[in-house]
Unconditional design. Structure first.
Length: 491
């Protein structure tokens, strides 16, 4: 039996899995780490903690899989998008990584928008600009930390830095590069006009390679630490969203990935690059060479429920929270706007703030929890509406992330979207998809479609929308849409 390893560098943890070539899970390991928010609006992480967590999870997974060293055929990676890791000429990190959740670059976002305008930005990148993307974060460093900039020889995306530590080789892939705002997503190369306009030296940026291409062999140092053999092929990997989509077989138009994790994302594959002229959703490259996708992003999805738990219902589990809300069929006029960290789709507004609205003496614990969960799904629905406006068909919705752990999330999604919700049995989808990429890159699977046929396993459970509930929630959704404009007028 042969094995494939997938490593997912998430926002709050690293997850490593080993699967066999039929997609069956052989081992899983997780290590958590914190986000440093030492300044208001900042979000940084210590890259040494990433590396330590990666090595420890690799060790644990190898020990748990029970495979001989010669049976491990390849390693793939996925990772949190948009961030920036500054590395000097000796390969040493210059400062903590600035990650996607960082909001310090509001002024730089405004600078980019003023310099280009929405139409030109769409033509060059297909994307709106948001805080936390590599370009505005880099421009903030240029303005505020010139010593950091002077020391920096390379700027990496998060997962590319880890792969550099695994192999010693530089590089990135189109799926991750397209989230930098420095990339021409149509032609899948660094954008000359963007680099010239914002004075970014292309030598800072790594070369582009396909996600399943082999980047190099596993270094002897990491092999010795993890119990693996040196030289195992490591592929370039991809951004977490398209990698998890691959793990669910979402590679063709008509399919939609609906993820509720820390953030919430809707991902819709397309065969040709397309972008929303109003730049309310993102347009990125898939991990397949001739696929792109539209992405709607809600920043505080599961994070909103975590905030509620950690601050108001301390000690409760997510299961207990959702159970409390399950029997509450109506929030009785209570709404929640999940803009705890600003918002992307459709507002692209880092200054937006969350709120509860409509509280009365009748409202109790279950109402608040259900209002949060409804607010998150309503926010995702805004993205669904925009994706459909672009003409992209949506025929099959596949749920992933924490939303698969409780039926209420699935029922809300089915009823608000008015579509059946499907699931796979694949566990830790981004890490699973990274392992599939390793299988494609090493020839175990001749192509992505074969990988999906062999390594994606479907659940029998399908959650269907209920006509009465959809109609009731549709009326609430229309009211929900009024919250952001009303609050914006007060700011």
């Amino acid at each position: 039996m042969n094995g494939l390893m997938g490593i997912d560098l998430g926002t709050s943890s690293i997850k490593t899995v080993i699967i066999d070539t039929s997609g069956n899970l052989l081992a899983r390991a997780v290590r958590e780490y914190a986000i440093d928010t030492s300044h208001p609006g900042w979000a940084e992480q210590d890259t040494t903690k990433w590396y330590t967590a990666m090595v420890e999870t690799m060790q644990e997974a190898v020990s748990g899989a029970g495979l001989a060293s010669g049976q491990m055929q390849g390693i793939g990676l996925s990772g949190q998008m948009h961030g920036v890791v500054c590395v000097d000429k000796d390969g040493k990190v210059v400062r903590p990584a600035i990650i996607w959740a960082d909001q310090r670059s509001v002024a730089q976002v405004e600078q980019i928008n003023r310099a280009l305008g929405k139409k030109r930005l769409g033509e060059l990148t297909g994307n709106p600009v948001a805080t936390g993307f590599m370009l505005p974060s880099w421009l903030w460093l240029v303005e505020n930390e010139p010593k950091t900039v002077n020391k920096t020889a390379h700027i990496f995306l998060p997962k590319d830095y880890l792969r550099f530590l695994l192999t010693g080789n530089l590089g990135t892939d189109p799926s991750d590069a397209s989230g930098t705002l420095l990339f021409d997503t149509v032609h899948r190369k660094w954008s000359g006009p963007m680099l010239e306009t914002f004075l970014v030296d292309q030598t800072l940026l790594p070369p582009i390679h396909d996600s399943s291409e082999v980047a190099g062999g596993l270094s002897r140092q990491v092999a010795n630490l993890t119990g693996l053999r040196a030289g195992i092929p490591v592929v370039f990997g991809g951004a977490d969203q398209p990698v998890q989509a691959l793990s669910h077989g979402i590679i063709d138009p008509g399919w939609l990935s609906s993820t509720i994790g820390t953030g919430g994302q809707l991902l819709a594959p397309v065969r040709v690059p397309v972008h929303d002229p109003e730049l309310r959703v993102h347009s990125f490259c898939h991990v397949l060479p001739e696929r792109w996708y539209l992405l709607a992003a809600t920043l505080s999805a599961g994070l909103s429920l975590r905030w509620l738990r950690d601050n108001l219902f301390i000690g409760a589990s997510y299961q207990e929270l959702a159970d409390s809300a399950y029997d509450i069929k109506d929030t009785e006029g209570l709404f929640f706007l999940p803009h705890l960290a600003g918002e992307r789709t459709p507002y692209m507004d880092p200054q937006s703030r969350g709120c509860f609205w409509g509280m009365t003496l009748r409202h109790h614990r279950g109402h608040f929890i259900r209002a949060v969960m409804e607010g998150v799904v309503f926010s995702l629905r805004e993205g669904l509406d925009i994706i459909q406006e672009t003409g992209v068909p949506i025929e099959r919705v596949v749920a992933s992330g924490g939303s698969t752990n409780h039926r209420l999330w699935l029922e809300l999604t089915a009823n608000v979207f008015n579509r059946p919700i499907y699931q796979t049995k694949n566990f830790e989808s981004s890490a699973h998809g990274a392992a599939m990429l390793a299988g494609i890159g090493t020839g175990i699977y001749p192509d992505a479609r074969t990988a999906c046929e062999k390594a994606v396993h479907w659940s029998d459970q399908v959650v269907l929308p209920q006509a009465g509930e959809h109609e009731r929630l549709e009326k609430l959704y229309i009211q929900f849409l009024k919250l952001y404009p009303a609050l914006k007028s007060l700011s």
